[in-house]
Design a protein around this ligand. Sequence first.
Ligand SMILES: [Zn+2]
Length: 253
Amino acid sequence: MTASKLSAVLVGAVVAAHAAPGPPVIDPALRPLTVGVMLKFEQKPPSGFVKRLGTAVREIFRPSGLDVRLEVFDNNLRPKEYNRAVVVEMRGACPMVPPDLGPSNQPDRATLGFTRIQEGEVIPFSMVDCEQLVRIVQGVRAQTPNRLFLYTAYWNAMGRVMAHELMHMLLRTADHRETDCLRSPVRAGDLQFSARLNPAEIAALRQIGDPRVSAAASRDKAEAKGNTGPSRRGRGEQFVFSTFVAGDDSGPR
Ligand SMILES: [Zn+2]
């Protein structure tokens, strides 16, 4: 190859490199809205727990188009940038799968989680109680011969409660409805299925990126960044509880 031919090849290669398609440029308005879920664990979770939880939560929120990302909150690290940020305190030990106790006493009633309300407004702080989730799933397992049920029911319950509290925080509502994600109390039968958003909920979640609600969103971010502790006790603070009630679906909710 002559020197001039070689330089022609090199120039060609450089041109080709420049012409190669880079990452596609996406209009920021079309990018999915990011939701950062900062998890504060009371006890260090087993490896794989956060990843499994993320799968459960993203699966439920997929139809909304929201990009939900879970992050373990670390006081020493700056949280990443998200369009919306919420804090979820994970209470008690959160196993990958609850120990199978066989026949055991099941609680008739349990509080699985709550979201905080301050001065009449839903704020981006929730609690999910792993210990109670384990207890109710063990109780329901005692009624079924299927051992696999324990794992499935536990993750169905975990996804459901996380989604429930996220719905309160993202839609800034304390209301409960008869839908999978906004139902409280949940019952044993609900643990057989993973929760699904209904069309009205999907539509409502798609609107949280609307500039008209961005004032509320930036307040969320400021609050989530400024205070991640469970100890804040403001005046007028209340909670909206997510509960479990044993028994079939025929009773009053
Ligand atoms: Zn609720």
